[in-house]
Each structure stands twice: as C-alpha cells, then as structure tokens.
Design a protein around this ligand. Structure first.
Ligand SMILES: Cc1ncc(COP(=O)(O)O)c(C=O)c1O
Length: 378
C-alpha cells in the first residue's frame, strides 16, 4: 500500500459554506478568494466548483488568473494586488481581468501603454490597515486620474481591506468603516460606482458594510474567521480533512525519550503510535505536545517533535489501536482551530502549508441541481 497521507476535500461543504456566506450578505455579489492555491485546497479544483455560483474570483497574481483561464474558467477574475509590471496591464486588458490600482507607479505604467481594451479598474484605499492602498486623503485625485484615462472602463470600483475584522472589540474596525464610508460618499458625488470592504470576518461582523461585493476567503474553506466564534457556531464545515494512518505501534517504558531532540520523555509506561504525516506534508514542526489527533475517531495527543514524515502520538485513549488504523489530523470532527492552538500558526497558514506530496481527493457532490458544475479540473 502506498503512503497514506491524503487530503479529502468536500465539494458539498465548499458549496454549503458559500450558501452560509451568501445568507449573511444576500444583497452583495461574491468575490471568492482563491489566491494561494485556494488557501491550499487547489486553485483550479475550487474555482471550477465555485464558478457557476459566484460573481468573481480573487487571486494574487496574473499567473494564478491565467491558470484559471487555461482550464476554461470564464467569469471575471480580480488581481487583488494589481499588476507587478507594465506588461501585465496588456494581458489584463485582453483577458478582462479586474485590476486593483494601489500605487502611483501602476498609473504611470497605464499612461505609457496602449491597452487593446479598456481595463476593469478598482481603486484601493488604505483606511487604516497600513498595507496596500492609496492614502485616503489623496485617493480622490488618483480616482480622477483613472477616470480621465481612456484605457479604463467605467465604473471604477473602490475597495479597502480591514485589519482587525476577526476581533469585534477592536476600535480600528469602526474607524476603518467610517473612513471608507466617508470616502465613498465623496466619490459617489462623481458618479455611480461599486464598493467592497469585507473579508470573511467582515461578512459575519459588519452587515452594514457589505456594499456591492463581499470578498470571503477562509470562511469558504470552512475555518472560522472570528476569534470569538468557532466554525461550527457560524455553521461552517471544513472543506479539507487531512487523513493518514498509524504505521507503527509500540509500548514505551517510563523515562524513554520520543523523537528528535528527545523533547518528550514518557512520564509512565505508554502505548505510542507513529503516524505517517510530518512537516514535509505541511504539519508544523513546532507543534507543541498535546495537540489533538484522532486515532480511530478517538482524540489522542501528539508527543515529541514533529519529524519530516512522521508524528508520534500517545495512544492511551485508544489502547487497542493497531498499524493501519485511520488517523485524522484536522477537518471532519477535528476543527483546524483546535490544532492551530498548539502551533504558532493560524488556520490560514496551516491550510496553505499543505504540501504537494499529500494526495488530494475531491468528493463528488450528490445534489443533482449542481451536478453540472463539476468539471475535471485538478
Ligand atoms: C484583499 C483581500 N480581500 C479578501 C481576503 C480574504 O480574507 P479572508 O480569508 O480573511 O476572508 C484577503 C485575504 O487575505 C485579501 O487580501
């Protein structure tokens, strides 16, 4: 039998999460964020499953956008960080990609080019995150520059991004919402436009700020975007379940060390299992002792340092476990947030960190109403 580290991906849960998100923002269009290989779930597979159900896909680079066109995805795609060099504007123009403008140099590139077709443009303003976006006090001038360009399609849309939407008690949220609202009031006097502010956390926290487009990412994949609520409390279901099996079992004597650096010493005689999954598969090397792992659906605890290909687990809750028994590292019955608590990571980087050698298997969606959307786009 080949190595058993697999990711089982649920089409049903992906579409379920999308429905939950749409239920939160029934009047907004949806930009599904599929950047970073769809948060580790597979850019093409996720996009093919979402294509008929969302208004736009969001990526971080033109390479990701072109990869989607190559497999026949036709819906609009937004380059969330805009273009990285002038030629990308020409490609974006012919492919109809939406381009975020956030830096003056991107406007200079535009002025020096002749694009075959008008570009769908978004102006990004910095309302307080301090990352991408024009200074909110100067952004109106950049909006005017874009407006005057013959190379830009109308309307020019406006977006910003929130820094602390995962934490409802953070006062920066209200400051950003107010800054965005007052900016778009100014812009709306110049003509009709469309606006976007909310990521997943904003979708659940700030219904008054959903505007024309929401931009969910992590919630689509079934992890909680909020610090104070679990995914289950938000009715989200994990799309990815990481599975493997027990490849060794031993009875270890009190005082024996386990794994590299002998980080863990057995406090008593213990049944110990060895699992075929390691940091080479994307499970963080720094995960602390006690991290939950399901063996035969029973919660056991990780012990010792994670190796490249293996993890040790304390089997006392599951004493009859034997070689070949199934193991779940996160996903169904084991929310990724529970695992993340034992790492220096959050669900975002755990999911995006899953490595290529883990075999991906997508479930088919059994609802006949949406069967037509499934395509063989791996
Ligand atoms: C511009 C932008 N919008 C939306 C998102 C989606 O965020 P989340 O995954 O928290 O929903 C991201 C993610 O980083 C982003 O950079």
């Amino acid at each position: 039998m080949s190595r058993t580290a697999v990711a089982i991906l649920s089409t049903e849960n992906l579409l379920h999460n999308l429905q939950v998100i749409k239920g939160q923002a029934p009047h907004s269009k949806v930009i599904a964020m599929v950047k970073a290989n769809a948060y580790g779930h597979g850019l093409r597979s996720v996009s093919a499953r979402l294509e008929k159900h969302v208004d736009m896909l969001g990526v971080a680079s033109i390479d990701e956008a072109l990869a989607l066109r190559k497999v026949g995805i036709e819906i609009p795609i937004i380059l969330a960080e805009g273009v990285f060099e002038p030629n990308e504007l020409l490609v974006a123009s012919t492919e109809g990609f939406h381009v975020v403008f956030h830096e003056e140099i991107q406007l200079q590139w535009l002025a020096n080019l002749s694009c075959p077709l008008p570009i769908q443009a978004w102006l990004k303003v910095d309302t307080g995150m301090g990352r991408l976006g024009f200074d909110i006090n100067k952004a109106s001038d950049y909006f005017d520059q874009l407006s005057k360009s013959r190379q830009i399609a109308h309307p020019i849309r406006i977006m910003s991004h929130m820094a602390c939407a995962d934490d409802p008690s953070n006062p920066l949220n209200q400051q950003q919402i107010e800054a965005f609202q007052s900016f778009i009031q100014k812009i709306s006097a110049k003509g009709p436009s469309e606006y976007s502010l909310c990521n997943s956390a904003g979708v659940f926290q700030f219904p008054e700020s959903h505007y024309s487009f929401i931009r969910p990412g992590i919630a689509l994949y079934g992890a909680s975007p909020l610090l104070n609520k679990t995914a289950a409390e938000l009715s989200l279901k994990p799309v990815m379940t990481l599975q493997t099996s027990l490849i060794a079992r031993k009875d270890v004597k009190k005082g024996s060390p386990i794994g590299y650096g002998a980080r863990f010493t057995c406090p008593a005689d213990l049944p110990v299992g060895i699992i075929a999954f390691g940091y080479g598969d994307g499970y963080p090397r720094t995960t602390k002792d006690g991290a939950p792992i399901l063996v035969n659906n029973t919660k056991c605890k990780l012990i010792g340092r994670v190796s490249m290909d293996m993890i040790a687990v304390y089997l006392s809750p599951c004493p009859t476990a034997k070689v070949g028994d199934p193991v779940i590292l996160c996903g169904n019955d084991l929310p990724i947030e529970e695992v993340a608590k034992f790492t220096d990571n959050v669900s975002y980087d755990l999911l995006t960190g899953v490595q290529n050698r883990v075999k991906f298997h997508w479930t088919r969606y059994t609802n006949t109403a949406t069967n037509g959307l499934l395509r063989n786009a791996g």
